[in-house]
Design a protein around this ligand. Structure first.
Ligand SMILES: Cc1cc2nc3c(=O)[nH]c(=O)nc-3n(C[C@H](O)[C@H](O)[C@H](O)COP(=O)(O)OP(=O)(O)OC[C@H]3O[C@@H](n4cnc5c(N)ncnc54)[C@H](O)[C@@H]3O)c2cc1C
Length: 529
């Protein structure tokens, strides 16, 4: 097998494309191989019913790092982000609360439920932002391996500690976030159940946990640490999330990066302990000096690399890496967007709530998890319905709308029965929740697609359908993501690297695992040639 390329990237998720683009910019010959007919992994725009296109999986942008947008010149490559910052939360009946990035407006909203909570909010926002700022500083770090005895690990660990030596008391606050439940963390600040649930909602997104589960406080922060439009802002991408992946691919193509879709890799070819290329399912072989995997760690270590090349302890760790998922996604083509009973533009000050959280109350969120904990889908799921077509006319025929509703919980495995039978019932349950808040909405549905974890596993290749490639809990972060001794994007196989969300700093459309992996490959490049 000749080395026709410097680097082969397995998978064209946005992280694979980011990794490949940085390497192509550095002058390497890069080939990206994607198993699906479309590129982008979980950041794609696809037609799900004739005439209607949707951000089929991920649907809002916040975490894509400004450094990556700048380095890869993504705006010049066509990336356009449309703000979606006013979060409307219907509470049932005529009641609602608006959460925005404007602290004073949010205070005024909180004051309707608790004057004390309104007063506490600015200090809370500062506290959360200070912790988020600290975590942001770690995003671009390569996790160290403090227990492995080598000069390099000693040097890297000492350097990390030295560079972050001024953390001080903030380290204790970070331990609170990493260890506490969202509910306990928020209860130290707020008294109103509504206020707590507005913030605890973030802790439920994509996790197999409820707001009272230990460790979920961190998940709140993971969702607000993006830097789009300053800290914590969210936005729609014109043309859907696929435009993020497309703009990264265009950026790489300018520097010679090639992408082949419809080319599932069956095996990483290893000779004398070194990755020398890949073999595709159709028998095609491609040689390279380096192979980088954007497929999840479970896929890479359990399916693409023969076990004989890996230490048994690593395989045990990878098997233990938790990917249990309960997230679902509903893509709806409709005559009209949901008209929420509780929404009144005169009161909220904006024309339409295109970004909505339905999860009224801590108990609502916790009960939704309880159902999943015992193997059923939530009788009353929480949900984020967004309507990008209010600001983006490229996704649906004129006058019609696309609604993306992401939510939980829909366990990968149902205790009773199968998803083939349960899906229509669960779809009705989810639509009933929407109709309760926006009466008559479902009567205007033209078509829809319900995706539950087995669908996400089968279509995107996410083990058990986990949207972040694995839970974002203390034991699966930083130097343990995806497993001890392989958190630095390297693997036990020389020339084989990881560039997916199952590596630090985890899931979300951030591009950071891809960026960091490219940096480590370039660091090693001279020795790999
Ligand atoms: C339903 C859903 C909603 C989400 N919502 C949001 C959101 O709104 N905002 C946000 O920031 N994040 C969101 N996320 C999370 C985010 O989309 C993911 O964390 C992120 O896109 C993962 O990117 P990645 O490049 O690491 O991996 P992936 O996107 O999973 O890409 C991996 C790629 O590798 C390919 N691949 C796998 N095996 C092979 C093989 N053998 N050969 C060739 N190719 C292979 C796959 O087909 C895939 O294209 C959501 C995710 C899902 C599923």
């Amino acid at each position: 097998m000749g080395a026709n390329y410097d680097v082969i990237v397995i998978g064209s998720g946005h992280n694979g494309l980011v990794c490949g683009s940085y390497l192509a910019r550095a002058g390497l010959r890069v080939l990206v191989l994607e198993r699906r007919p479309v590129i982008g992994g979980a950041a794609v725009t696809e037609e799900f019913t004739p005439g209607f296109r949707a951000s089929r999986f991920s649907y809002v942008m916040s975490l894509l790092h400004p450094r990556i947008i700048r380095d890869l010149e993504l705006r010049a490559m066509g990336l356009e982000v449309l703000p979606a910052n006013d979060l409307f939360c219907p509470l049932g009946g005529d009641d609602y609360i608006v959460f925005s990035d404007d602290v004073r407006r949010t205070q005024a909203e909180f004051a309707r439920f608790s004057k004390r909570d309104a007063e506490a909010y600015p200090a809370f926002a500062r506290e959360l932002e200070a912790s988020a700022a600290l975590v942001r500083r770690l995003l671009f770090e390569t996790p160290v391996d403090p227990v492995r005895r080598s000069w390099r690990n000693f040097r890297d660990t000492a350097s990390l500690l030295w560079r972050h030596r001024r953390i001080g008391d903030r380290a204790y606050r970070l331990v609170d976030l990493l260890g506490q439940s969202a509910y306990d963390y928020l209860s130290a600040w707020f008294e109103s159940d509504v206020v707590k649930s507005v913030l605890a909602y973030y802790a439920s997104i994509g996790t197999f946990a409820g707001p009272r589960s230990p460790g979920t406080a961190y998940v709140i922060m993971h969702h607000v640490m993006g830097e789009h439009q300053g800290a914590g802002g969210w936005g729609f991408v014109r043309g859907g999330m696929g435009e993020i992946s497309a703009s990264i691919a265009r950026s790489g193509a300018r520097h010679g990066m090639q992408v082949i879709a419809g080319a599932p890799v069956a095996e990483v070819v290893i000779r004398d302990g070194r990755a020398v290329g890949v073999r595709c399912a159709d028998g095609r072989e491609f040689g390279a000096r380096v192979v980088a995997s954007n497929a999840t760690a479970k896929t890479l270590f359990r399916r693409l690399v023969a076990a004989e090349h890996l230490p048994p302890e690593l395989l045990t760790e990878i098997d233990r890496f938790r990917t249990t998922s309960t997230a679902f996604k509903l893509n709806i083509a409709a005559e009209r967007p949901p008209h929420y009973r509780a929404f009144d533009p005169a009161k909220t000050g904006f024309a339409y709530p295109s970004y909505v959280h339905i999860g009224p109350g801590i108990d609502y969120l916790e009960r939704a998890f309880d159902d999943a904990k015992y193997g059923s889908y939530s009788a009353r799921p929480f949900m984020t319905p967004v309507v990008p077509t209010v600001v983006d006319d490229t996704l649906a025929p004129p006058g019609k709308h696309v609604i993306n509703a992401f939510g939980g919980h829909a366990p990968y495995t149902l205790k009773d029965g199968s998803w083939a039978d349960a899906k229509p019932r669960f779809t009705r349950v989810a639509l009933d929740v929407l109709d309760d808040m926006a009466p008559g909405f479902s009567a205007g549905i033209i078509d829809l697609e319900m995706l539950v974890p087995p669908d996400l596993e089968q279509i995107v290749g996410l083990p058990q359908g986990h949207i972040f490639h694995g839970e974002l809990s203390l034991d699966q972060l930083f130097l343990q993501r995806p497993a001890p001794h392989v958190a630095d994007y390297r693997t036990p196989v020389r020339g084989l690297y990881q560039c997916a969300s199952s590596s630090h700093p985890g899931g979300g459309v951030s591009g950071i695992p891809g960026h960091n992996a490219a940096r480590e490959i370039l660091r090693d490049w001279r020795r790999l040639r």
